[in-house]
Design a protein around this ligand. Sequence first.
Ligand code: CO
Length: 146
Amino acid sequence: MALRNIFFEGNPILQKKCRKVEKFDKSLGILIDDMFETMKHSNGVGLAAPQVGILKRVAVINIGDGNIELVNPIIIAFSGEQREEEGCLSCPGQYGITLRPKFVKVKAQDRFGNEVFYTGQMLKARAFCHEIDHLDGILFKSHIIE
Ligand code: CO
């Protein structure tokens, strides 16, 4: 495993839409492992592939209860609202209160292409929304309400 460089706000790669993953090969597994290591090293709870310069629909999350890898994730259900403080490893030192759903259900694939489902509330729901936004070139700042 290896640490990857994190790209910061202002880099145009963070505003691009990522491609769907079609090949579930060894390099995908390496990318995911590197992303987990990079996220942990930076004390983050989530990281998306464009943040390490890769325009693929891949994200990782760990809010303290285990690693979650998301390949080609989509939000299939959401409900409620939350207003909590949010930040991003690509926007160091910047925080704001965002409006997000309170509960989120996500459908994705793992590194082998198996279909997986996750549900999250509060912080985990925010992480799912935040990281999936990155795959469409959207930063959390567009959700800041105060
Ligand atoms: Co982010």
